[in-house]
Design a protein around this ligand. Structure first.
Ligand code: NI
Length: 156
């Protein structure tokens, strides 16, 4: 087996909270990512496909095709969006890096034209990243939309 990886980037906003927690508990658990008005990250996503190189091309998968697939099914939907509100496949999902990796997997697993999806890595910052290998996981749904009904400029 040979493992081939394509790296892509996107920028998006989110706010991490669980609507069943108190404000204090959300702040304690999600910290900076709980900021009421949301905030952004520059995400890096590595998508790894495994397979045997094609005898005629030497490719496990044509990386141009993988790039185009990621653009169509993921990046065009999440780049410069708010993950709590804008993206259909994140509806009801607390948009942690973990849940982003699992959700992306579900979106592209069956669309890979050659080889098989092996790993999705999501970097939320230089130092924090998660890896997912596709073991079945059900993500519980919560209403992660919120209304901007708080007075601004009170957090500083
Ligand atoms: Ni965050």
């Amino acid at each position: 087996m040979v493992y081939v990886t394509r790296r892509v980037n996107f920028s998006a906003a989110h706010r991490l909270f669980n609507p069943t927690f108190s404000e204090e508990k959300n702040e304690a658990i999600f910290d900076k990512c709980n900021n009421f008005f949301g905030h952004g990250h520059n995400y890096i996503v590595d998508v790894t496909v495994k397979g045997v190189p094609d005898p005629e091309t030497g490719y496990v998968i044509d990386l141009k095709k993988l790039k185009a697939l990621l653009e169509e099914h993921i990046l065009s939907k999440v780049d410069h969006k708010h993950l709590n509100f804008d993206v259909e496949f994140f509806e009801g999902i607390i948009p942690t890096a973990e849940n982003i990796a699992v959700t992306f997997w579900k979106e592209i697993e069956h669309k890979i034209p050659q080889g098989t999806l092996h790993k999705i890595t999501v970097f939320e910052s230089d130092n924090n990243y998660v890896e997912y290998y596709g073991e079945p996981i059900e993500i519980p749904k919560h209403d992660v939309r919120y209304s901007i009904d708080k007075e601004p400029f009170l957090n500083s």
